[in-house]
Design a protein around this ligand. Structure first.
Ligand code: TRP
Length: 336
């Protein structure tokens, strides 16, 4: 093994990736591959804590894998990257059971996501919903993870994973690496196109508010055309112009231009021209990603090869941690 740091993240196979997810999170993960060992896992076991339609869950799992690879999370390109499906590596569920016995009922009761989800899904408050953070701790701790890139909504779960690791280490001696959260630097925060003071989110009831990585050129053109701006017809960044600021951020990333260059380019021109340029740049940025994703979904053998090889590597790493943990708690080793 080398001394690269290990990054782990789990991604729910729910819905689609928005431009906001891509620029705010996925791109960071892509960059981590340059100097870290990266373990990315599509967490289908977490997904079933709320009711899923089987065919849809399966399709979304394939779709997410293809989308992530297309975005550049690529085990074929980076030999220290793995991208696999959680249920393919049984050690996640196995360690999760064990860690359940080192997690307090009171701790789980305080998780805000549990409280939110149990009021939202009040007809299905199952035990899995309650112990969800323990499975997440198992995901992370199996791989001696140093860094976990998470959104702010997952910070409390990560804190709990740290508590569980420290508790176990306290009883049995140094066993688990205690992970650190990685909260992305202030950078590309993409706002809703229809209400630019709110974050871009696919749970927005107005589908014109967000752009999906899978949106076709027509759809992108339409959504950008409808994006809320202001009545000033002046392309520049200013606190009281959230809509224009947001389009400038998107354009700056998609076209690789600075704010200054953008302001100059659209001096004396209206928002119509600006929006056309934003949409075109965005379509061009997304085109190769969409092509790669479509290729993978049409060539499932290739996709299968990637996630299967990754799962084997992950299982090897995970089994070493699990064996060590089993030994520490006093389980008898399997015969050879
Ligand atoms: N709970 C995370 C979410 O909903 C997904 C997740 C599962 C995860 N296991 C993880 C994230 C481990 C980071 C590390 O987004």
């Amino acid at each position: 093994m080398n001394d690269k740091k290990t990054v782990f993240s789990g991604i729910q196979p729910s819905g689609k990736i928005t431009l906001g997810n891509y620029l705010g999170a996925v791109k960071n993960w892509v960059d981590f591959q340059e100097d870290c060992r990266c373990i990315f896992c599509v967490v289908d076991e977490h997904a079933i804590t709320v009711r899923q339609e089987p065919a849809k869950l399966r399709a979304q799992t394939f779709e997410l894998l293809a989308q992530l690879i297309a975005c550049g999370i690529d085990p074929e390109k980076y030999e220290d990257t793995v991208l696999y499906i959680q249920s393919h590596v049984p050690q996640h569920a196995q360690l999760s059971w064990l860690l359940n016995c080192y997690t307090m009922f009171g701790e789980l009761s305080r998780m805000t996501q549990f409280k939110d989800k149990s009021s939202k899904y009040s007809d299905n408050i199952n035990a899995g919903l309650f112990t969800y953070p323990v499975l997440m701790a198992a995901d992370i701790l199996l791989y001696k993870t140093d860094i976990v890139p998470v959104g702010i909504d997952q910070k409390q779960h990560l804190e709990l994973a740290r508590t569980i690791a420290q508790r176990f280490n306290g009883v049995y001696g140094d066993t688990f690496t205690v992970p650190e959260p990685f909260i992305p630097k202030a950078g590309a925060k993409i706002m809703s196109l229809s209400e630019p003071t709110k974050k871009m989110s696919k749970s927005d009831s107005n589908e014109n508010g967000y752009i999906l990585l899978a949106d076709t050129p027509d759809v992108i053109n339409r959504k950008i055309k409808r994006a809320v701006t202001d009545s000033e017809a002046l392309v520049c960044r200013r606190d009281d112009k959230p809509g224009v600021n947001n389009l400038m951020t998107i354009y700056s990333i998609a076209a690789g231009k600075t704010d200054e260059e953008i302001v100059k380019e659209f001096e004396g021109r209206g928002y119509g021209d600006f929006k056309t340029a934003v949409a075109e740049a965005l379509i061009e940025m997304l085109r190769p990603i969409q092509e790669k994703k479509d290729y993978l979904l049409q060539n499932k053998d290739h996709l299968e090869k990637i996630y299967t090889e990754s799962a084997k590597k992950a299982e090897w790493l995970a089994s070493r941690t699990l064996e060590k943990v089993y030994r520490k708690v006093g389980f008898v080793a399997k015969g050879k």
